[in-house]
Design a protein around this ligand. Structure first.
Ligand code: NAD
Length: 335
């Protein structure tokens, strides 16, 4: 099958080139995202492969359908950036990679917590300048702290496992309780109890209408003074302006985010020479207790390997007319 790859980076090419060489597919890598402006590139391709930073709305879906595309292969688990109703209307099948190394994201979540807490990023810079002062580097023991985990699917559970290893008490909130989390000593509570009792709150639920701004002014008010909030899931789970207000009032003691509400205009690009127009991210970067990474939690060799294998397998099975269990549809999404 002829596949057009969009938003391709060197790490995608390295993994996909090797895998495609063993298949019958032909892949063309494009650095640009798939947009109405770049859509003409898909002429002659049956499939397009896109990442999470590539919104697919109805006009774009209609355009690529008109140009002959009948499959969208997502190199991601999340699919909230694709209008599935429009795909169904224009007879485009959508596949995703439902799980790829949950440990990659869970471990990055822990990296954010440890960096914010023990300030290794500041220590690194100080020591390189021969400044061995410890002033301002005091952290806290994770052992004995209460960690609230919102969403205990594959990533949330991998994260619980690590935090249980640190000797933390785990509180969990999820409409579906997970036995594995209970077996490691986690306790399921309601949302309010979790936000009231947790020293660290980590988000691992999907972005849906019900979870949009799950962290807002109201929930922040219920939190402990100096709480640490970590989001490696989706930016819009957090109401950014409410969090900025909580940081200014010192209600929030630490914020670690790998995802950001308005990340589509920023992340995955080198904007170091540009004037950033987004005032909220500029404000966030001015807090000494905020750590932002640019949607890199998934970025390990193991995860890229899994993404590559599942994506190619989805497309191969589609071409052979076989069932593909990783199909996402509007109907499945609603259920
Ligand atoms: P998953 O489907 O295995 O788990 C999600 C869990 O959230 C499920 O247990 C579900 O029951 C729960 N949930 C649903 N609604 C909820 C609600 N209202 N409140 C609390 N919990 C709720 O998904 P996963 O693989 O663990 O991924 C979790 C999220 O991580 C994804 O949705 C994606 O947005 C994000 N993610 C981020 C990166 C990254 O690089 N930063 C990479 C992969 C995934």
């Amino acid at each position: 099958m002829n596949i057009a790859f969009f938003s391709t980076k060197s790490y995608d090419r390295n993994h996909f080139e090797a895998k495609v060489a063993q298949s019958n597919h032909n892949i063309t890598f494009f650095e640009d995202a798939l947009t109405l402006q770049t859509a003409k590139l898909v002429s002659g391709y049956k499939a397009v492969c896109i990442f999470v930073n590539n919104p697919m709305d109805e006009p774009l879906i209609a355009k690529i359908a008109e140009l002959g595309v009948d499959v969208i292969a997502l190199r991601s688990a999340g699919f909230n950036h694709v209008d599935l109703e429009a795909c169904s209307k224009h007879k485009i099948t959508v596949y995703r990679v439902p799980a790829y190394s949950p440990e990659a994201v869970a471990e990055h979540t822990v990296a954010l917590i440890l960096t914010l807490n023990r300030k290794t990023h500041k220590a690194y810079n100080r020591v390189r300048e021969n400044n061995y002062s410890l002033e301002g580097l005091t952290g806290f023991n994770l052992h004995g702290k209460t960690v609230g985990v919102i969403g205990t699917g594959t990533i949330g559970t991998a994260f619980c496992k690590i935090m249980a290893g640190f000797g933390c008490d785990i509180l969990a909130f999820d409409p579906y309780e997970n036995e594995e989390v209970k077996q490691m000593g986690g306790t399921y509570v309601d949302f309010d109890e979790l936000v009231e009792k947790s020293d660290i709150i980590s988000l691992h639920c999907p972005l849906m209408p019900q979870t949009r701004h799950i962290i807002d002014g109201k929930s922040i008010e219920k939190m402990k003074e100096g709480v640490m909030i970590i989001n490696t899931s989706r930016g819009a789970l957090i109401d950014t302006s409410a969090v900025i207000d909580g940081l200014k009032r010192k209600k929030i003691g630490f914020l670690g985010i790998d995802v950001y509400e308005q990340e589509d205009d920023l992340f995955f690009k080198d904007l170091s020479g540009e004037v950033i127009q987004d005032d909220e991210i500029a404000r966030l970067m001015n807090f000494p207790n905020v750590l932002i990474t640019g949607h890199q939690a998934f970025l390990t060799d193991e995860a890229l390997q899994q993404i590559t294998e599942t994506t190619i397998q989805n497309l191969t099975r589609h071409e052979e007319g076989k069932d593909v269990e990783n199909e996402v549809t509007a109907a499945k999404n609603i259920s």
